[in-house]
Design a protein around this ligand. Structure first.
Ligand code: SAH
Length: 355
């Protein structure tokens, strides 16, 4: 695979201040130039497209920098709904995935934060080969910029409106880069996406959850719970050995207090493991009184693992029991089922086919 951009500065990953310092310092240009470049970056332009810069400056800039390190290599469109799946190429040849979903409240992009993942959850395709590396802030933001460019090619009015950090990787295991990304994407001079339209999903790195609650960023926290107790959680999520269930819930309560936002619990229903009505009862007891919502996800089968989704009736019965116990819950609608919509699945397929 071609190796490009390595060791180049990722302009998208710079704050306004950093960009200004780079343009006035390294390039010896004016503040005005920095502002022009900033405007182009916000529009998703590449360096060649920055047409109000001289050709000489563009050439010099291209030697040491890249606007967006992320390139859409392949795009698959679902025939069932309007979901699109992207396979992105990174400068060092690594691949990551993203999913764009069209909802009535706007386009929602699912973004990756790491190549691979080291959390080791038993049901997840992203973690099968461990963590390859963290993504840079420019690579996380670059996914949004690339998706915007892609959709605006056919409809200039459309743009990514909501972001979920639910692609491959554990966002809180790449803490500094993810926090910088959140500040960048929210910059009024940049993409200006409201933090309230962003969800960060974590498997529950408790210490980092406290740090994150103190950042003052009003993003929605999604917590991958997937079990009603420690015993079951430990069977499928190694992180449960580091942080007991009760500590995870206490950290969620702290997040709710600090941000005033409800927490979303993700619960993948797995046949013969966590999907019985007595598990729903136990879950309801644990979550009683919390400002939260439970997202039930019938497991997406991962062919490398022997875990499967339960029957439809089992899913319905689980949902009913939670509702009966006054826990707000929904079953997540499956999108893009024909294009490997679930995280990590597409990248693996591509890697398998080239191996
Ligand atoms: N590392 C983060 C975010 C990435 S995964 C986290 O753990 O939350 C996004 C969500 O998809 C998580 O809730 C994860 O547990 C879930 N997930 C992963 N594999 C799945 C599968 N095969 N079926 C259903 N949900 C899955």
């Amino acid at each position: 695979m071609e190796i490009t951009h390595l060791d180049k500065i990722e302009l998208l990953g710079l704050t306004g201040e950093e960009l200004e310092r780079f343009v006035t310092g390294d390039l010896g240009e004016s503040k005005f130039r920095a502002a022009q470049i900033g405007q182009w970056l916000a529009r998703g332009a590449d360096i060649d497209g920055m047409t109000n810069l001289s050709a000489a400056l563009r050439a010099r800039l291209s030697e040491i920098a890249v606007a967006n390190p992320v390139r859409i290599m392949e795009c698959y469109k679902s025939k069932l709904d309007e979901t699109e799946k992207f396979l992105y190429a990174l400068p060092d040849g690594n691949l990551i995935e993203g999913v764009l979903m069209r909802y009535h409240h706007g386009d929602t992009l699912c973004v990756s934060t790491q190549v691979g993942c080291r959390m080791g959850c038993a049901f997840c395709a992203s973690t099968l080969e461990g963590r390859v590396r963290n993504l840079t802030p420019g690579e996380i933001l670059g996914q949004v910029a690339a998706a915007n460019r892609h959709i605006q090619a056919s409809d200039p009015e459309r743009r990514v409106h909501n972001i979920v950090l639910m692609g491959s990787g554990e966002p809180l295991d790449n803490y500094d880069n993810v926090v910088k990304f959140l500040r960048l994407v929210n910059d009024p001079k940049g993409m200006n996406i409201s933090l309230r339209n962003i969800s960060l999903s974590t498997c529950g790195l408790v210490r980092r959850m406290y740090d994150f609650a103190k950042e003052g960023l009003p993003v929605t926290l999604s917590l991958s719970l997937h079990a009603p107790n420690d015993e079951i959680r430990r069977k499928i999520m190694p992180v449960a050995n580091a942080y007991p269930y009760s500590e995870v819930l206490t950290a969620c309560k702290y997040y709710i207090e600090q941000t005033g936002r409800r927490v979303i619990f993700e619960y993948a229903l797995i046949k013969d493991l966590n999907s019985d009505v007595r598990h729903a009862e136990e879950l309801a007891r644990r979550l009683r009184g919390m400002r939260c919502h439970v997202n039930l996800i019938p497991l997406n089968d991962v062919k490398e693992r022997k875990l499967e989704a339960p029957s439809r009736q089992t899913v319905e019965a689980f949902l009913k029991r939670l509702e009966l116990k006054h826990i707000s819950a929904t079953v997540r609608r499956e999108m893009g089922a024909d294009i490997e919509g679930a995280c990590g699945q597409l990248r693996r397929k591509v890697l398998e086919s080239v191996e």
